[in-house]
Design a protein around this ligand. Structure first.
Ligand code: GLU
Length: 282
Protein backbone atom coordinates (compact mmCIF):
# COMPACT_ATOMS: atom_id res chain seq x y z
CA UNK A 1 0.00 0.00 0.00
CA UNK A 2 1.34 3.42 -0.96
CA UNK A 3 0.81 5.49 2.17
CA UNK A 4 1.50 8.77 0.36
CA UNK A 5 -1.30 8.22 -2.13
CA UNK A 6 -3.48 6.91 0.64
CA UNK A 7 -3.50 10.19 2.55
CA UNK A 8 -3.33 12.52 -0.43
CA UNK A 9 -7.06 12.67 -1.12
CA UNK A 10 -8.37 13.24 2.41
CA UNK A 11 -11.04 15.96 2.56
CA UNK A 12 -12.06 16.13 6.20
CA UNK A 13 -9.97 15.28 9.24
CA UNK A 14 -10.73 15.10 12.94
CA UNK A 15 -7.66 15.43 15.19
CA UNK A 16 -7.83 14.47 18.84
CA UNK A 17 -5.29 15.61 21.39
CA UNK A 18 -5.35 14.53 25.01
CA UNK A 19 -4.65 16.43 28.20
CA UNK A 20 -1.36 14.61 28.79
CA UNK A 21 -0.09 15.82 25.41
CA UNK A 22 -1.06 19.42 26.10
CA UNK A 23 0.64 19.97 29.40
CA UNK A 24 4.07 19.79 30.95
CA UNK A 25 4.38 16.55 32.82
CA UNK A 26 6.20 18.01 35.81
CA UNK A 27 3.87 20.94 36.52
CA UNK A 28 0.63 20.13 34.73
CA UNK A 29 0.68 23.60 33.16
CA UNK A 30 -0.08 24.14 29.49
CA UNK A 31 2.78 23.53 27.07
CA UNK A 32 2.46 26.68 24.95
CA UNK A 33 5.27 25.73 22.56
CA UNK A 34 3.47 22.54 21.70
CA UNK A 35 0.06 24.18 21.52
CA UNK A 36 1.40 26.78 19.12
CA UNK A 37 2.89 24.11 16.91
CA UNK A 38 -0.37 22.16 16.97
CA UNK A 39 -2.28 25.28 15.94
CA UNK A 40 0.17 26.00 13.12
CA UNK A 41 -0.06 22.44 11.84
CA UNK A 42 -3.87 22.51 11.87
CA UNK A 43 -4.00 25.87 10.08
CA UNK A 44 -1.63 24.53 7.47
CA UNK A 45 -3.83 21.51 6.83
CA UNK A 46 -6.83 23.84 6.60
CA UNK A 47 -4.92 26.01 4.12
CA UNK A 48 -4.59 22.96 1.87
CA UNK A 49 -8.37 22.98 1.55
CA UNK A 50 -9.01 20.17 4.00
CA UNK A 51 -11.81 20.53 6.57
CA UNK A 52 -10.29 20.34 10.04
CA UNK A 53 -11.91 19.63 13.40
CA UNK A 54 -9.99 19.53 16.67
CA UNK A 55 -11.17 17.48 19.64
CA UNK A 56 -9.27 18.82 22.59
CA UNK A 57 -9.30 17.66 26.17
CA UNK A 58 -7.93 19.77 28.93
CA UNK A 59 -10.99 21.43 30.43
CA UNK A 60 -10.61 19.77 33.80
CA UNK A 61 -6.80 19.76 33.74
CA UNK A 62 -6.62 23.48 32.90
CA UNK A 63 -9.39 24.37 35.34
CA UNK A 64 -7.59 22.55 38.10
CA UNK A 65 -4.49 24.69 37.43
CA UNK A 66 -6.45 27.90 37.38
CA UNK A 67 -8.08 26.98 40.69
CA UNK A 68 -4.74 25.91 42.18
CA UNK A 69 -5.72 22.32 43.00
CA UNK A 70 -2.69 20.08 43.46
CA UNK A 71 -4.48 16.89 42.47
CA UNK A 72 -7.15 15.89 40.00
CA UNK A 73 -10.41 16.46 41.86
CA UNK A 74 -12.45 13.36 42.67
CA UNK A 75 -15.71 15.00 43.58
CA UNK A 76 -18.02 15.31 40.55
CA UNK A 77 -19.20 18.85 41.20
CA UNK A 78 -15.61 20.02 41.76
CA UNK A 79 -14.59 18.40 38.46
CA UNK A 80 -17.51 20.09 36.75
CA UNK A 81 -16.61 23.44 38.26
CA UNK A 82 -13.01 22.94 37.05
CA UNK A 83 -14.34 22.10 33.58
CA UNK A 84 -16.41 25.29 33.50
CA UNK A 85 -13.39 27.42 34.34
CA UNK A 86 -10.88 25.40 32.31
CA UNK A 87 -12.93 25.08 29.12
CA UNK A 88 -13.26 28.86 28.89
CA UNK A 89 -9.54 29.35 29.54
CA UNK A 90 -8.63 26.68 27.02
CA UNK A 91 -10.80 28.26 24.32
CA UNK A 92 -9.38 31.70 25.07
CA UNK A 93 -5.88 30.29 24.57
CA UNK A 94 -6.81 28.50 21.34
CA UNK A 95 -8.67 31.50 19.96
CA UNK A 96 -5.68 33.76 20.54
CA UNK A 97 -3.26 31.32 18.91
CA UNK A 98 -5.48 30.53 15.91
CA UNK A 99 -6.08 34.25 15.39
CA UNK A 100 -2.35 34.67 14.71
CA UNK A 101 -2.91 32.60 11.58
CA UNK A 102 -6.19 34.40 10.75
CA UNK A 103 -8.09 31.22 11.44
CA UNK A 104 -11.53 31.39 13.02
CA UNK A 105 -12.47 28.67 15.48
CA UNK A 106 -15.74 27.76 17.17
CA UNK A 107 -16.58 25.76 20.25
CA UNK A 108 -18.82 22.70 20.13
CA UNK A 109 -19.59 20.95 23.42
CA UNK A 110 -21.41 17.63 23.28
CA UNK A 111 -22.72 14.90 25.54
CA UNK A 112 -24.10 11.46 24.89
CA UNK A 113 -27.54 13.09 24.85
CA UNK A 114 -26.56 15.15 21.80
CA UNK A 115 -26.09 11.92 19.90
CA UNK A 116 -29.05 9.96 21.27
CA UNK A 117 -31.68 12.59 20.64
CA UNK A 118 -32.58 12.68 16.95
CA UNK A 119 -33.24 16.41 16.88
CA UNK A 120 -30.09 17.48 18.68
CA UNK A 121 -27.94 15.06 16.70
CA UNK A 122 -29.25 16.49 13.46
CA UNK A 123 -28.72 20.01 14.76
CA UNK A 124 -25.15 19.24 15.76
CA UNK A 125 -24.52 17.71 12.35
CA UNK A 126 -25.91 20.78 10.58
CA UNK A 127 -23.83 23.07 12.75
CA UNK A 128 -20.62 21.18 11.97
CA UNK A 129 -21.47 21.26 8.26
CA UNK A 130 -22.05 25.00 8.36
CA UNK A 131 -18.85 25.62 10.32
CA UNK A 132 -16.86 23.68 7.71
CA UNK A 133 -18.62 25.55 4.90
CA UNK A 134 -17.59 28.81 6.53
CA UNK A 135 -13.99 27.66 6.87
CA UNK A 136 -14.14 27.56 10.66
CA UNK A 137 -12.22 24.96 12.68
CA UNK A 138 -14.62 23.52 15.29
CA UNK A 139 -12.96 22.73 18.63
CA UNK A 140 -14.91 20.00 20.36
CA UNK A 141 -15.00 18.68 23.89
CA UNK A 142 -17.46 16.85 26.04
CA UNK A 143 -19.74 19.24 27.90
CA UNK A 144 -18.21 18.17 31.20
CA UNK A 145 -19.90 20.93 33.18
CA UNK A 146 -23.39 19.56 32.70
CA UNK A 147 -22.93 15.95 31.68
CA UNK A 148 -23.87 13.70 34.53
CA UNK A 149 -22.50 10.20 34.77
CA UNK A 150 -25.39 8.72 32.79
CA UNK A 151 -25.05 11.22 29.97
CA UNK A 152 -21.28 11.15 29.58
CA UNK A 153 -19.43 9.73 26.65
CA UNK A 154 -16.58 9.65 29.11
CA UNK A 155 -13.44 9.80 27.05
CA UNK A 156 -12.33 11.89 24.13
CA UNK A 157 -11.04 8.97 22.05
CA UNK A 158 -14.64 7.80 21.67
CA UNK A 159 -15.92 11.36 21.38
CA UNK A 160 -13.56 12.11 18.49
CA UNK A 161 -14.64 8.95 16.66
CA UNK A 162 -18.28 9.90 17.20
CA UNK A 163 -17.53 13.34 15.75
CA UNK A 164 -15.77 11.71 12.79
CA UNK A 165 -18.86 9.54 12.21
CA UNK A 166 -21.29 12.44 12.62
CA UNK A 167 -19.41 14.71 10.23
CA UNK A 168 -18.57 12.05 7.65
CA UNK A 169 -14.84 12.68 8.09
CA UNK A 170 -12.53 10.46 6.07
CA UNK A 171 -9.68 10.53 8.59
CA UNK A 172 -9.41 10.52 12.37
CA UNK A 173 -6.03 11.11 14.00
CA UNK A 174 -5.56 10.29 17.68
CA UNK A 175 -2.48 12.04 19.03
CA UNK A 176 -1.50 9.92 21.97
CA UNK A 177 1.39 9.45 24.38
CA UNK A 178 2.25 6.18 22.66
CA UNK A 179 3.49 5.52 19.09
CA UNK A 180 0.52 3.37 18.12
CA UNK A 181 -0.87 -0.09 18.71
CA UNK A 182 1.73 -2.60 19.88
CA UNK A 183 1.55 -6.38 19.98
CA UNK A 184 1.97 -6.08 23.76
CA UNK A 185 2.48 -3.32 26.32
CA UNK A 186 5.83 -1.78 25.23
CA UNK A 187 6.43 -0.42 28.72
CA UNK A 188 6.51 -3.91 30.11
CA UNK A 189 7.58 -6.05 27.20
CA UNK A 190 10.64 -4.76 25.27
CA UNK A 191 9.86 -7.22 22.47
CA UNK A 192 6.50 -5.61 21.78
CA UNK A 193 6.23 -4.51 18.16
CA UNK A 194 4.42 -1.56 16.66
CA UNK A 195 1.70 -2.58 14.22
CA UNK A 196 1.80 -0.46 11.03
CA UNK A 197 -1.56 -1.26 9.55
CA UNK A 198 -4.66 -2.89 10.95
CA UNK A 199 -6.79 -4.19 8.11
CA UNK A 200 -9.50 -5.59 10.32
CA UNK A 201 -10.46 -5.28 13.98
CA UNK A 202 -10.51 -8.98 14.69
CA UNK A 203 -10.12 -10.81 18.01
CA UNK A 204 -6.33 -10.87 17.72
CA UNK A 205 -6.22 -7.09 17.48
CA UNK A 206 -8.78 -6.53 20.21
CA UNK A 207 -6.81 -8.75 22.59
CA UNK A 208 -3.85 -6.38 22.27
CA UNK A 209 -5.88 -3.69 23.98
CA UNK A 210 -4.35 -3.44 27.37
CA UNK A 211 -4.73 -0.36 29.45
CA UNK A 212 -1.30 0.74 28.55
CA UNK A 213 -1.07 4.51 28.76
CA UNK A 214 0.54 5.47 31.99
CA UNK A 215 -0.75 9.01 32.31
CA UNK A 216 -2.88 10.16 35.22
CA UNK A 217 -4.35 13.13 33.38
CA UNK A 218 -6.22 11.66 30.45
CA UNK A 219 -8.84 8.98 30.52
CA UNK A 220 -8.06 7.03 27.38
CA UNK A 221 -6.05 3.80 27.30
CA UNK A 222 -5.70 1.46 24.34
CA UNK A 223 -9.15 0.04 24.96
CA UNK A 224 -10.91 3.36 24.31
CA UNK A 225 -8.71 3.78 21.23
CA UNK A 226 -9.92 0.49 19.83
CA UNK A 227 -13.53 1.47 20.53
CA UNK A 228 -12.77 4.66 18.63
CA UNK A 229 -11.26 2.59 15.81
CA UNK A 230 -14.44 0.54 15.59
CA UNK A 231 -16.69 3.58 15.39
CA UNK A 232 -14.46 5.41 12.93
CA UNK A 233 -13.66 2.56 10.55
CA UNK A 234 -17.24 1.25 10.37
CA UNK A 235 -18.38 4.82 9.64
CA UNK A 236 -15.97 5.03 6.72
CA UNK A 237 -13.05 6.92 8.26
CA UNK A 238 -9.48 5.72 8.41
CA UNK A 239 -7.96 6.15 11.83
CA UNK A 240 -4.37 6.79 12.83
CA UNK A 241 -2.85 6.51 16.29
CA UNK A 242 0.40 8.46 16.44
CA UNK A 243 2.59 9.95 19.13
CA UNK A 244 1.68 13.53 19.98
CA UNK A 245 5.00 14.29 21.64
CA UNK A 246 5.94 16.07 18.41
CA UNK A 247 2.77 17.37 16.79
CA UNK A 248 4.76 17.90 13.58
CA UNK A 249 3.72 14.32 12.96
CA UNK A 250 0.47 15.77 11.56
CA UNK A 251 2.05 16.88 8.29
CA UNK A 252 4.09 13.69 8.18
CA UNK A 253 0.81 11.78 8.23
CA UNK A 254 -0.49 13.75 5.27
CA UNK A 255 2.80 13.09 3.47
CA UNK A 256 2.27 9.40 4.18
CA UNK A 257 5.55 8.89 6.04
CA UNK A 258 5.09 8.56 9.76
CA UNK A 259 5.49 6.20 12.67
CA UNK A 260 2.09 5.08 13.90
CA UNK A 261 -0.77 2.65 13.36
CA UNK A 262 -3.24 3.03 10.52
CA UNK A 263 -6.64 1.37 10.94
CA UNK A 264 -8.19 1.08 7.51
CA UNK A 265 -11.80 2.01 7.07
CA UNK A 266 -14.48 -0.62 6.56
CA UNK A 267 -17.59 1.32 5.75
CA UNK A 268 -20.67 -0.59 6.87
CA UNK A 269 -23.98 0.86 5.76
CA UNK A 270 -25.76 -0.91 8.62
CA UNK A 271 -23.63 0.80 11.26
CA UNK A 272 -25.38 3.69 13.00
CA UNK A 273 -23.27 5.53 15.49
CA UNK A 274 -26.25 6.53 17.66
CA UNK A 275 -27.36 2.88 17.91
CA UNK A 276 -23.81 1.85 18.80
CA UNK A 277 -23.70 4.45 21.60
CA UNK A 278 -27.07 3.35 22.92
CA UNK A 279 -26.22 -0.35 22.84
CA UNK A 280 -22.62 -0.46 23.90
CA UNK A 281 -21.63 2.68 25.76
CA UNK A 282 -23.02 3.06 29.23
N1 GLU B 1 -13.37 16.02 28.58
C1 GLU B 1 -12.26 15.87 29.50
C2 GLU B 1 -11.54 17.19 29.71
O1 GLU B 1 -11.54 18.04 28.84
C3 GLU B 1 -11.21 14.90 29.02
C4 GLU B 1 -11.62 13.54 28.64
C5 GLU B 1 -10.45 12.78 28.04
O2 GLU B 1 -9.29 13.24 28.13
O3 GLU B 1 -10.62 11.70 27.46
O4 GLU B 1 -10.90 17.40 30.72
Amino acid sequence: MDRKEYFADKKRVVVKIGSSSLQHEATGKLNFTKLEKLVRELCDIRNQGIDVCLVSSGAIAVGRQVMGFQERPKNISTKQACAAVGQARLMMTYQKMFAEYHQTVGQVLMTKGTMLDNVSRKNAQNTFEELFRLGVIPIVNENDTVSTYEMRIGDNDSLSAIVAALTGADLLILLSDIDGLFTDDPRENPKAKLIDVVEELDEAVLSMAKDSTGSDVGTGGMETKLTAARIATLSGADMVIANGKDVGILHEIFQGKFVGTLFRQHFDEDFYVADFIEESMD
